[in-house]
Write a protein that binds this ligand. Structure first.
Ligand code: HEC
Ligand code: HEC
Ligand code: HEC
Ligand code: HEC
Ligand code: HEC
Ligand code: HEC
Length: 419
């Protein structure tokens, strides 16, 4: 019966604290493992352009592959899937057919490296998809976050605990009194319920919990704010699009070579910068300071003019600016090649930007409005030769229809953009 109020308050505070702690570790813990990090790095460099772990991209989702396939088979497949297909391996042929004969290119990896990737995939499989604020999540460098729904959930639990505490304190109070009555002692004048519940210790515990809650909410919304129109974070190297794409007229796709090939436009690796910066050692604004960071990444000695032997390359940690939620599917080549949409229509006058910023909202309305208004470029576009588009070609030819918009070919159907 001596389960006094301040002990109850401390228990409540502890419970709340551990809940918050749990909400953090359940996202981050095993993703911090050494194996995971090594595997993740290989995955990002070699597989992420075509695969995600939990959702389909160009290739299948790789969740649970270690259980699905024999290890030796996986080594062979990853190293050279086409060799297996050509040799008539039934499993390989089946997957190849299922994915409309899109080719998974041979991966130049050792068995040990493949083991590391599989280790990463196993941990991802065990943990399940990362639910991060505003998407991003897997494959992106935004660590563990607590989503809005998680916060509401935690808030609800906190409220429930409070109610339970109220009820308990009532109950023990009544029981105490009953006991005293039974034992013939005088019933003390009962302290008003409000006074007990708002004692200093309880208030302290509650304020602490509130502080943590508000802190989390603030960080959470700050992260979301980071993904908005005109977002222009500072980058690890003061790279200027105005200087490269504007003044020096370097083609966008010289660096973002993925834009006409597939989903992602790709941020170039420092090795690509070296095509020019082996020779260009100084810039007009920052002298040698910023370019030296490229050398530090790839291990180049500008004085000797050679690579430092045995140097382990470090990636440049560019801050990602555009970031659609995970449930949205967006493909660059579909827009750049098939749709013939200019980069600038979506990204704005990039060639004038010293610091790159997000020009468009990237909201759903933005996508849909353009799909309603934009005509599909049928002329001289091999993309639309399929049977499926025949009625549009004929209609345009004999004048039945004046124009075909992206909406007409299905560009506003939910499943086209949502997984
Ligand atoms: C250029 C795109 C591309 C890259 C890069 C790529 N894959 Fe694939 N992968 C595919 C495609 C496409 C398939 C589906 C089979 C096919 O069409 O050949 C596939 C299938 C697979 C499968 C079979 C999965 C299943 O459920 O049937 C595994 C395993 C796999 N890939 C692992 C990897 C790993 C590991 C890497 C990185 C080391 C990688 N892939 C890199 C495109 C790619
Ligand atoms: C010399 C290489 C190079 C050229 C040329 C280049 N870019 Fe970039 N681009 C980069 C690098 C490096 C980054 C990452 C750093 C940054 O955001 O400034 C980047 C970032 C971007 C981003 C933001 C990516 C994100 O994180 O969301 C967009 C959009 C972009 N570039 C579009 C363009 C367009 C459009 C052009 C042509 C007008 C172009 N780039 C030309 C190297 C290049
Ligand atoms: C096709 C050639 C080419 C490529 C590729 C290239 N640059 Fe440059 N870069 C240049 C030129 C040219 C200059 C300007 C030199 C001048 O005007 O004196 C320059 C200047 C710079 C400067 C100095 C800016 C200043 O104002 O001081 C930085 C930093 C830089 N580049 C970073 C990069 C990075 C990072 C990459 C890779 C993502 C890259 N560059 C890729 C050609 C290139
Ligand atoms: C129809 C609109 C549209 C066009 C056209 C377009 N982009 Fe993008 N771009 C986007 C969207 C949307 C994202 C965010 C994708 C995401 O988060 O998955 C993006 C992201 C990027 C990124 C970040 C890395 C990535 O691929 O996710 C780069 C770099 C980029 N675009 C460059 C380009 C270049 C260069 C061109 C022209 C060759 C181009 N974009 C054309 C809409 C467009
Ligand atoms: C500047 C105009 C423009 C914007 C903005 C735009 N699109 Fe598109 N989109 C097009 C055009 C043009 C096509 C036609 C290309 C084709 O048929 O594949 C297209 C096609 C598509 C398709 C294929 C539709 C089909 O029926 O095959 C998808 C999916 C798609 N867009 C997704 C998006 C998403 C997601 C966004 C927003 C993040 C977006 N688009 C923003 C112009 C745009
Ligand atoms: C042309 C591409 C496109 C089509 C078609 C599309 N969506 Fe979206 N949708 C998006 C994008 C992009 C976002 C992300 C918006 C953001 O984060 O601000 C989104 C977000 C959402 C969200 C999350 C709420 C939000 O605002 O973030 C829901 C729910 C949704 N869409 C439902 C649908 C339904 C239902 C349909 C069919 C009637 C549909 N969408 C068709 C591109 C599309």
């Amino acid at each position: 019966m001596k389960f006094s109020l301040h002990i109850r308050a401390s228990v409540l505070a502890l419970l709340l604290l551990s809940l918050f702690a749990f909400s953090e570790t359940s996202y981050g813990q095993s993703r911090d493992d050494e194996v995971y990090k090594k595997g993740e790095a290989i995955f990002k460099a070699n597989c992420a352009s075509c695969h995600k772990v939990h959702t389909k991209l160009v290739g299948p989702a790789l969740v649970g592959v270690s259980e699905k396939y024999d290890k030796e088979w996986l080594y062979a497949w990853i190293k050279n899937s086409q060799a297996l297909v050509k040799a008539g391996d039934p499993q390989a042929v089946a997957i190849f057919e299922e994915y409309n004969k899109s080719v998974m290119n041979a991966q130049n990896l050792s068995n040990a490296q493949i083991d590391e990737v599989l280790g990463y995939l196993d941990i991802e499989t065990a943990l399940g998809p990362l639910v991060a604020p505003g998407g991003g999540g897997e494959g992106e460098n935004n660590g563990g976050g607590t989503s809005g729904t998680t916060m509401i959930f935690l808030g609800a639990i906190a409220a429930m605990l409070l109610v339970i505490m109220f009820a308990l304190s009532r109950l023990t109070g009544t029981l105490n009194n009953l006991l005293r009555e039974k034992m013939g002692r005088l019933i003390p004048k009962s302290i008003p319920f409000e006074k007990r519940i708002f004692s200093k210790k309880v208030m302290a515990a509650l304020s602490l919990a509130l502080l943590i809650f508000v802190g989390y909410a603030a960080v959470d919304s700050a992260q979301k704010l980071g993904r908005q129109q005109n977002y222009a974070p500072a980058q690890p190297i003061k790279f200027s699009h105005e200087l490269h794409a504007g003044k020096n007229k370097i083609e966008c796709q010289y660096c973002h070579f993925g834009a006409s090939k597939g989903k992602s436009a790709v941020i170039p690796s420092p090795n690509l910068c070296m095509n020019c910066h082996k020779a260009v050692k100084e810039g007009p604004e920052h002298g040698t300071k910023e370019i030296a960071k490229i050398y530090a990444a790839v291990g180049w000695d500008p004085d000797k003019g050679e690579y430092i032997e045995g140097y382990e390359e470090k990636p440049i940690e560019w801050v990602r600016i555009h970031n659609l939620p995970d449930h949205v599917y967006f493909n660059h080549s579909q827009h750049v090649v098939a749709g013939k949409v200019e980069c600038q229509e979506c990204h704005g006058p990039v060639e004038e930007m010293k610091v790159l910023r997000q020009h468009s909202t990237l909201g759903m309305g933005w996508c849909i409005n353009c799909h309603r208004d934009t005509e599909v470029q049928f002329q001289g576009n091999g993309y639309y030769d399929e049977e499926h588009y025949k009625k549009f070609h004929e209609g345009l030819k004999n004048g039945d229809i004046k124009k075909v918009t992206v909406e007409d070919i299905g560009g506003t159907e939910c499943q086209k953009c949502h997984y």
